[in-house]
Design a protein around this ligand. Structure first.
Ligand code: ADE
Ligand code: ZN
Length: 348
């Protein structure tokens, strides 16, 4: 491993865009299928992995929903979440804000309580045994109707103390944020924060809707924002965070190659951007692989990596004291490690 790779490995950071169902690795998928008597349409792990060649977002979502059908019991949701938290700890992820998709489970007969109990129990263990703090974001599936989301919100009210925010994910094109105006208004009135996927495959107009109709405090993806100069200025002026997912964008054909990823241009335009992994089991890497991919393709400096990690804490839902403590830990790490990496903290 080269020096910058090692620097990234130990860089204290937060992950803010991670679908827990997207961390289901092929091995555990087959094990859970066997123990739950669920049939998968693949004869082997190799055959499954060969199908991970996605044309676009919908193409991926088909596999993603089929894969998660092996999650049936509370223990499955616990094991899935625990495995991710262990991985996060190894990658120096000190805090994670984790999406889950309850409708993708309740829609096939798994109780809401089974899902949230398993995930929540693992989060408690993660905090206690691994020192990784976490918050949960409940996503509504945008390809379903708003009524369905409203019923899901009803179920979530009993678990308000375990869920920090609501989000919006799944198939974007043809499902603008405005479709979910009422359920987001109600969720916010009930005290949930709001985020939404917008501007991943969909246009900059969807980012405007997420901001002005859903009143989100963070945009997930949002890479199409640069198509609109007025939107770009608004995001810069308000420093409203965006959670970018570089390897996901590459694998889903949202960018043509990594050197064309807009992350660096967004930083130069003063947007508050963060690096995240989205669905790491499907897209070829967890958080550090995402940092490494953009560092290499875009020639990011140590100073820029430091800014990205700082942004991850600034954009989090942590209270000010915890956020400041983690930023202090980050600054201390960079002060100790950066000098050995070259003049003025640049790599090249
Ligand atoms: N669900 C899981 N990953 C997603 C993504 N990248 N976009 C929209 N919905 C998702
Ligand atoms: Zn996502």
């Amino acid at each position: 491993m080269n020096a910058i790779s090692t620097f990234i490995e130990h860089l204290p950071k937060a992950e803010l865009h991670l679908h827990i169902e997207g961390t289901l690795e092929p091995g555990p998928m087959f094990e859970m299928a066997a123990r739950n008597g669920v049939e998968l349409p693949y004869a082997s792990i190799d055959e499954l992995e060969a199908a991970y060649d996605f044309g676009d977002l919908d193409d991926f979502l088909g596999l993603y929903y089929r894969g998660m059908s092996v999650l049936v019991r509370e223990r499955d949701f616990y094991d899935l979440t625990w495995a991710y938290l262990q991985k996060a700890r190894r990658q120096t992820v000190l805090h994670a804000e984790i999406f889950f998709d309850p409708q993708a489970h309740t829609g096939r007969g798994v109780a809401f309580s089974t899902v949230i109990d398993g995930i929540h129990r693992a989060l408690l263990d993660g905090e206690e045994k691994l020192g990784v703090s976490a918050k949960l974001i409940m996503c509504f599936l945008r390809h379903l109707e708003e009524d369905d989301a409203m019923q899901t919100l009803d179920q979530a009210l009993a678990y308000k103390d375990r869920i920090a925010a609501v989000g919006l994910d799944s198939s974007e094109l043809g499902h603008p944020p405005g479709k979910f105006k009422a359920v987001f208004a109600r969720a916010r009135a009930e005290g949930f924060l709001a985020v939404a996927h917008a501007g991943e495959e969909g246009p900059a107009e969807y980012v405007w809707e997420a901001l002005d109709i859903l009143r989100v405090v963070r945009i997930d993806h949002g890479i199409r924002s640069l198509d609109d100069a007025r939107l770009t200025r608004r995001l810069a002026d308000t420093r409203l965070p965006l959670t970018l997912c570089p390897l996901s964008n590459l694998r889903l054909g949202v960018v043509k190659d990594m050197p064309s990823h807009p992350l660096r241009e967004m930083m130069q335009k003063n947007l508050l951007v963060t690096v995240n992994s989205d669905d790491p089991a499907y897209f070829g890497g967890y958080l550090n692989e995402n940092y490494r991919a953009v560092q290499e393709a875009l020639g990011l400096t140590v100073k820029q990596l430091h800014a990205l990690a700082r942004n991850s804490f600034l954009a989090s839902f942590l209270g000010a004291p915890s956020r400041q403590a983690l930023i202090a830990r980050l600054d201390d790490y960079v002060a100790r490690r950066a000098p050995s990496l070259g003049d003025a903290g640049t790599i090249r």
